[in-house]
Write a protein that binds this ligand. Structure first.
Ligand code: NAI
Length: 483
């Protein structure tokens, strides 16, 4: 099997060399094709941080094993890590957090075993970076949660949970506040859960999840979350097991998957051969298991666990009374321990399976379509306007633009209603939402929204308009107070 390998920047080449050394010593049936990606490729003038040859190789091979990469500072430059994950639609970010002997944490000292996996949605949410300044004082970000995107990641989480024999899968969310976005994610989770009867599926509000993770992490098994919440919660979990240096990461897609360490390029120690290769090695072990090399992965992981258990460590962790090893020596210690079993958390040697690559050539972009469309209607529109007037004064002007079909229903500021009722204690910013709706069960045409836009624009600077959709007679927008 051939895989693409990108060394990365900073400590990347050192830790990659150490890990590939371990893989070669284990006589894995792998061929490594090195590709050009990272800061130095940006510096050569390739704006996405990779050469066209690198992109073609990765798309052909379907597997990328990568070291950390530096994002050059400055506007208009996107992180090569994020670009890679988004371009190739690696929709599921899987990170496994386990107590490692020899890596002391408050939990290991208390005898609490951590062994949990976070699956984070990797493409959507606010990570689309679709942001606008509506006024000079007001910035907004669009948060995309889609049925198709949620289905992909949640189904992956259930499949993975089933394969590893997990007993419980938990959906973390904030659907109590974000009823449509997180509500959709939770709805899809509950639908898919019905197909996996052997796994206990439950959900938890994300703030409660954080509290429970730092008090009883041993209660959790697999947790699936939206992108931003998953980003934060997974770094919280890295802290539970000793930091980012011990947390592997897989980015799984249907055609291309990326395996990488989650820490950065550590410029402060680059070139010194003292970096800890554990996170990259654990990510590499995820890759071996993805490729069906289960027994070799277990053998290498047991050697790593045995090595850590023996007190062997690099300079960034471990018992300071035992001299630390450099990167090369640490990798050699693991090789020397091939065949040894750790006392705690030894990995079973599961059956190998044949990896069937799914990186078949596709010629059009896949379209993720959800359930059948119900009858569509427009109930009205929210107009976002810039103004420094009080709400009553805005209403007086806006009321003049009401039509027979569209009536001004509410005005809100930062989502808080300020007209027809409100409180003088509500602080205002210079951006208001005017909600115009047709009457109960009535609908309007797109042209009515455009006409209203045209007349309102005579009195207001309009920064944005959002159509109020209905499907199957149901309102598909968040309701205002009292609505
Ligand atoms: P960092 O993770 O590179 O460093 C934070 C601290 O952890 C430093 O003190 C560093 O020496 C230490 N550290 C990190 N990895 C280590 C290892 N394997 N062994 C021993 N010590 C280690 O985070 P920072 O400084 O915020 O970012 C540096 C650069 O890395 C930035 O350009 C950033 O864009 C990039 N980065 C890349 C990522 C990726 O490729 N996936 C992820 C995070 C940051």
């Amino acid at each position: 099997m051939k895989i693409a390998v990108a060394n990365g920047d900073g400590i990347g080449p050192e830790i990659m060399e150490a890990v590939i050394g371990v893989f070669k010593a284990a006589e894995l049936p792998l061929e490594y094709q090195f590709v050009d990606m990272g800061k130095w490729v940006f510096d050569k003038g390739f704006s996405n941080g990779m050469t066209p040859e690198a992109k073609a190789t990765i798309e052909q091979l379907g597997i990328l094993f990568k070291g950390p990469m530096e994002t050059p500072k400055g506007k208009g430059v996107k992180s090569v890590n994020v670009t890679a994950r988004k371009t190739w639609n690696t929709y599921a970010n899987e990170r496994h957090f386990q107590t490692l002997s020899g890596v002391n944490t408050v939990f290991s000292k208390a005898g609490v075993n951590v062994d949990l996996t976070i699956v984070r949605e990797n493409i959507e949410d606010t990570y689309g970076g679709v942001e606008h300044m509506l006024t000079q004082d007001v910035a907004v970000a669009r948060r995309f949660i889609t049925r198709g995107g949620s289905e992909q990641v949640i189904r992956y989480a259930f499949e993975m949970a089933q394969k590893k024999g997990a007993k419980r899968i938990t959906c973390g969310h904030k659907a109590n506040i974000m009823k449509l976005t997180d509500g959709l994610f939770l709805e899809v989770f509950n639908e898919i859960a019905k197909e996996y009867k052997d796994i206990k599926a439950d959900d938890i509000i994300v703030d409660d999840l954080c509290m429970k993770l730092v008090s009883r992490p041993d209660l959790f098994d697999v947790i699936v979350l939206t992108n931003l919440q998953g980003d934060i919660v997974s770094d919280l979990c890295a802290g539970l097991v000793g930091g980012l240096g011990f947390a592997p990461s897989s980015n799984i897609g249907d055609h291309i998957s990326i395996f990488e360490a989650v820490h950065g390029t550590a410029p402060d120690i680059a070139g010194k051969n003292i970096a800890n290769p554990t996170s990259l090695l654990l990510s590499g072990l995820n890759m071996l298991r993805h490729l069906g090399l289960m027994s070799k992965a277990a053998m290498i992981e047991n050697a790593l666990l045995y090595t850590l258990e023996s007190g062997v460590h690099t300079g960034d962790f471990g018992d300071k009374s035992i001299p630390s090893l450099n990167t090369t020596q640490f990798a050699q210690a693991i090789i020397d321990n091939f065949g040894k079993q750790p006392k705690v958390n030894a990995k079973p040697s599961l059956n190998d399976f044949e990896f069937v690559p799914t990186n078949s050539k596709i010629t059009t972009n896949p379209m993720l379509l959800g359930k059948k469309k119900e009858e569509h209607a427009i109930a009205g529109a929210d107009f976002f306007i810039e103004s420094e007037l009080q709400a009553d004064a805005i209403a007086e002007i806006a009321n003049k633009h009401e039509t027979a079909d569209l009536k001004l229903l509410i005005i809100s500021n930062r989502g808080t209603q300020v007209w027809p009722t409100g409180s003088v204690y509500t602080n205002l910013v210079n951006q208001f939402r005017l909600r115009f709706e047709a009457g109960e069960n009535a609908s309007i045409a797109q042209q009515d929204v455009i006409s209203l836009y045209s007349t309102l624009s005579k009195d207001f600077q309009i920064s944005s308009v959002e159509v109020l959709n209905m499907w199957g007679g149901k309102k598909a927008y968040s309701l205002a107070q009292g609505q």
